[in-house]
Structures are given as structure tokens and as C-alpha cells.
Write a new protein. Structure first.
Length: 332
């Protein structure tokens, strides 16, 4: 079972969907610092960037959503609408997010970030051809690299993973490679069962200032290589207070702890168990893939894994979600 699990552990690695952020009433870590009555767009952009980092996704999400809910009722600024769509996307309210993105496009027809977010959501919904078309519509309005990465990312979900990976490698230059390019290349490499290349692409990345999805991808690659001590030492050092760690990061720590030979500690499994109990009580649907993986790798329970994998499939239909569904349903 262990080898099979590591072969598919990337299932919970969403480089794009930012799936680990709870709804307002699901916040585990709290923040006592209210947002200013009015934020500049630069301040809002900075805050959004920070809320992607480990330990930040839970504590600021509720504040951010409440602030933007007030703004969207009175603002016709496409940037405000775009950022609110991002909040909705994080909570897996995909149709609602797309509706706001449509409003952004009405106000700003060539809004690059809105188009990229639209493509992202369409990919998660399994509409890969539509996502690719959205990417290609950016020709003339975004850099060739941006358009290419976006379209190849979508194409990689349609049975053309190796082809997309090789094409992206040809245009990506290591010396000028953006974090997003590294992320997409690393994720493609991992899906191709090349964890060594994934690790190589992410070797210079500062995990403390990277999206949680990238941290998870880094951890999955090291788990696949059986670098359990590396996972335990690196992830546990991301924050002083482990109570703020996201579910997906706790899951990787628990997996490394469980599979470490002669390990007597169950610290991370106990912390994760507390979180899992909370998620199940609240029926946190956007944590469904985390829950499915918990019941496949930590507290093995095929029926519960199947239940959560099927819930996840209702909302997310990328290749990784398909693999999770097959594994949970014990389908070869």
C-alpha cells in the first residue's frame, strides 16, 4: 500500500486552486488585527500574496472576505471585483467567482489576471479546452511566456502531459524562471513520476514565502523520495506556532512521521486528527481531498476515503482528482 500511496500522493497538490482556505465560520487560527477601513490596491495585492503563505491562509481569510464584501457592494473597480473572485475561488465557490470575473471583463475586457483566474477555475471544473481557449485569448495582451504556460498547463490535463512538459521546458530559462513557471514545471514533473526533477525545480525556492500549494508539492516530492527527515524538519520549522499550519501541511508531516522507520512519535498525527474531527463535524467540502488522503494514508479507512474522494470529485476534476477517485475506489 505504501508504494502505491507515494505513486499518487500528488493528488492533493493543487498548484492552482488554492484549496486549503476555510470559510469565515471555519477559521481555526484567528486574527485580532482588523483591516483598515480602506486599503490601496497595492496593499490589497500584498495582503493577498501573504495569505497564500503557510500559517496565513486561515488567519486572514475571514477578515479579507468581509472587507471585500463591503467593497463590492459599492465599487465598480475591476480590481476589487477580481480580488473578491479570488476569495470565492479559494472557498471553491467557482460559479460565483466566474460571475464576478465576467463583470471584471465587462469593465476591463483585457484584464490579464481575471483571464488567468478564469482559466484556472475552468481547469478545476474539468473544462480544459475552455481553459486553454481563455489562455489563448490573452495573445497580444500578455507576454508570450504567460500565454504559453497557461495554455500548456491546461493542455497537460488532456492526456498530453509529457508533450506539454517538454514544450514548457524548451521555453523556460533557469536564470530568469519565474516562481509560477517553476511551480508548473515542478508539478508536471511530479505528475510524470519524476520527483527528483520536481525537487530540482524547487531547490532555490523560499518555502516560507511561497504558496501553500507549492510547499505541499515540495513535500510530496520529498516523500516520494523517502526523504522523511527533510520533510519533518523543514515543514515543522515553517512556523513557531504549529496550530496555524494548514491541513495539507499537517497531512504531510503526519505522513512523514508515520512512515519513518522506528519513529516513536505521533505528535503530528494527533494534531492532524484534531483537525480532521473538526472538518468532518463541519462537513468542510473544500477540504475533501485532504480528508480522503487522511483516510488513505494515516487512519486507513477505505469507505471514508471513498466518501470524501467522491465529494471532492463533484467539485474538482483535474487529473489529480481523477487519480484520487480511482485510488479511493480501489480501481486499477
Amino acid at each position: 500500500m505504501k508504494h502505491l500511496i507515494w505513486s499518487f500522493i500528488f493528488v492533493n497538490t493543487f498548484a492552482h486552486a488554492e484549496p486549503y482556505i476555510p470559510n469565515d465560520n471555519d477559521v481555526i487560527a484567528t486574527s485580532s488585527t482588523p483591516l483598515a477601513a480602506t486599503l490601496t490596491l497595492q496593499e490589497l495585492a500584498t495582503l493577498f500574496e501573504q495569505t497564500q503563505y503557510a500559517g496565513q491562509t486561515e488567519s486572514k481569510q475571514g477578515l479579507l472576505k468581509r472587507y471585500l464584501e463591503q467593497q463590492v457592494n459599492t465599487s465598480h473597480d475591476p480590481e476589487i471585483l477580481y480580488y473578491y473572485a479570488r476569495v470565492l475561488q479559494r472557498e471553491h465557490q467557482f460559479d460565483e467567482a466566474l460571475a464576478f470575473l465576467a463583470r471584471v471583463k465587462e469593465l476591463s475586457p483585457h484584464h490579464v489576471n481575471a483571464a488567468l483566474l478564469t482559466a484556472n477555475i475552468l481547469m478545476v471544473q474539468g473544462k480544459f479546452d475552455d481553459a486553454k481557449s481563455e489562455c489563448l485569448n490573452l495573445i497580444g495582451h500578455a507576454s508570450i511566456e504567460t500565454v504559453t504556460i497557461c495554455s500548456l498547463d491546461a493542455q497537460s490535463q488532456t492526456g498530453k502531459l509529457e508533450e506539454s512538459f517538454q514544450a514548457l521546458k524548451k521555453i523556460a530559462r533557469k536564470e530568469t524562471m519565474s516562481l509560477n513557471t517553476r511551480h508548473v514545471l515542478a508539478e508536471m514533473a511530479f505528475r510524470l513520476n519524476k520527483p527528483e526533477q520536481t525537487i530540482d525545480y524547487l531547490a532555490t525556492v523560499n518555502l516560507k514565502n511561497s504558496p501553500v500549494s507549492l510547499v505541499v508539492l515540495w513535500a510530496d516530492a520529498h516523500l516520494a523520495m523517502n526523504n522523511l527527515d527533510t520533510v519533518l524538519s523543514t515543514l515543522s520549522a515553517l512556523l513557531d506556532d504549529s496550530a496555524n499550519l494548514e491541513d495539507a501541511i499537517l497531512l504531510r508531516l503526519a505522513q512523514a512521521e508515520k512512515y519513518k522507520v522506528d519513529n516513536q512519535s505521533n505528535k503530528w498525527r494527533l494534531k492532524l486528527k484534531e483537525r480532521i474531527v473538526l472538518r468532518e463535524l463541519r462537513q468542510d467540502l473544500f477540504h475533501a481531498s485532504d480528508l480522503a488522503w487522511y483516510y488513505l494514508t494515516i487512519e486507513e479507512n477505505q469507505s471514508k476515503a471513498r466518501y470524501w474522494a467522491n465529494i471532492n470529485w463533484k467539485h474538482a476534476k483535474m487529473d489529480s482528482d481523477k487519480q484520487l477517485l480511482k485510488l479511493a475506489n480501489d480501481i486499477d
